[in-house]
Design a binder for this molecule. Sequence first.
Ligand code: ZN
Length: 86
Amino acid sequence: MSHRFNRHTCEEAFRRLDDFLDRRLTPEETRLVEEHLKVCAACTREFAFESSVLKTVRRKLRQLDAPPDLLSKVLSQLLPPPRPER
Ligand SMILES: [Zn+2]
């Protein structure tokens, strides 16, 4: 039983969003994100939106046989940058 669903966890969840959607997280991290989504409507909405955007874009690009470079370019236009990394 953990009750660590606070702002910090929201931030963590968002930071893992891309990797979560790409299934690149460890099982532990995936579980944490999923647990958070169960209790956080804001993150759930955001995840669902990004997930559907990603899927649509990827499907279209696959149909066009686009290089992976283009995928990230298109995505960076569609999605606002999360926050500058250091
Ligand atoms: Zn959240």
